[in-house]
Design a protein around this ligand. Structure first.
Ligand code: SF4
Length: 339
């Protein structure tokens, strides 16, 4: 993998659970629990997992919208969390976010011009005041909206157009990284494709790197070069798009992929659907050992006592890692099947 512009090591975010009149801390929600991330310039890292697995919290940590409980965050080799306000400001200028819901993430009382210009008020050094209106019009054009609509309000746009406004605001400061937090899941399928195409074009034209957070595995496969699978606050498998989708090694990844509908029955082959039983355990009380052991059909006694580390299964395509005690056995049998 080429050199990372954004890296996280052992990133942790716990939220205290308060109770009683005196609001004593009675526990911790383990939203993100020891995550490593490396994002290279211009690449897309997809992050997938069920609701509540910590992927959106991870996105907010990567741009310091929230302070991690522990761990380190490096932008272009500089430690953002220990270097003080100037480095944090540089991160926030270069790492921007597009939120999930275009209906609630735009202030209905502000015009599109004001919404897209918001980042320039926080970072006035990027565009001089007299040039802001012109720059906003350029940004609207760049995302496929008419610059003449600069004085309109969000309710005068469709869902897809509102997400384009969110993207325009996200790229206003010429960031190097855009965190896309479920950017298309609130949109109709036909509109989703248009927004994904827009993100791909902007990536080509502007050299942006994306962290693309989503639960739709088909969309993530389409846009990502690498994919990380999260379960209960941890990355359980990560690899190149082909490694994850064609040779998934972790039982959880296998289960997620088996649930993706295949439109053409002739392409379904011998793929069996793996139905996971039970709900996702509470992140306030995650299971011991492997966090997936309460739902894993391959679990053995060691799984409930020993935490599996992420082990390299394949060093091609930037590396394929998996956190399962039996990953080696499984990838050996996959190799035997393909030989
Ligand atoms: Fe399943 Fe055990 Fe592997 Fe966890 S470590 S995924 S419980 S087999």
């Amino acid at each position: 993998m080429s050199e990372a512009i954004l890296s996280a090591r052992d990133l942790v975010k716990h939220y205290p659970i308060k109770d009683g009149v005196l609001r004593h801390t009675v526990g911790q929600v383990h939203a993100v629990d020891g995550v490593d991330i490396d994002l290279a310039a211009g690449e897309t890292l997809g992050v997938v997992g069920e609701s509540g697995c910590g992927k959106s919290t991870l996105g907010r940590l990567l741009m310091c919208l929230e302070k991690p409980t522990a761990g380190s965050l490096m932008f272009e080799g500089e430690d953002v969390l220990t270097k003080g306000a100037a480095e944090l400001r540089r991160l926030r200028r270069n790492v921007q976010i597009v939120f999930q819901d275009p209906y609630t993430s735009l202030n209905p009382r502000k015009t599109v011009g004001d919404i897209v210009a918001e980042p320039f008020r926080i970072h006035p050094e990027v565009v001089p005041r007299q040039g802001v209106r012109r720059r906003v019009q350029e940004l609207l054009d760049l995302v496929g909206l008419s610059p003449e609509h600069i004085n309109r309000y969000p309710h005068q746009f469709s869902g897809g157009q509102r997400q384009r406004i969110g993207v325009a605001r996200g790229i206003a400061l010429n960031p190097k990284v855009l965190i896309c937090d479920e950017p298309v899941s609130a949109l109709d399928v036909s509109v989703q494709a248009q927004v994904v195409n827009l993100l791909e074009r902007l990536q080509r034209d502007l050299g942006l790197a994306y962290v693309f957070i989503a639960h739709d595995l088909a969309v993530v496969r389409h846009i990502s070069s690498r994919v990380a699978v999260m379960y209960l606050g941890k990355i359980v498998e990560e690899g190149g798009e082909e490694q994850i989708y064609e040779r998934p090694t972790h039982p959880y990844t296998q289960a997620l992929l088996s649930a993706v509908p295949v439109p053409d029955p002739s392409l379904r082959g011998h793929r069996e659907q793996i139905v996971l039983t039970g709900d996702v355990p509470s992140p306030a009380n995650p299971p011991s050992g492997c966090r997936f052991h309460t739902r894993c059909w391959m679990a053995q006694p060691i799984c409930s006592t020993d935490v599996p580390e992420l082990i390299v299964r394949d060093d091609q395509m930037g590396g394929h890692v998996c956190a399962c005690h039996f990953a080696a056995l499984r990838s050996d049998s996959q190799k035997a099947e393909t030989d």
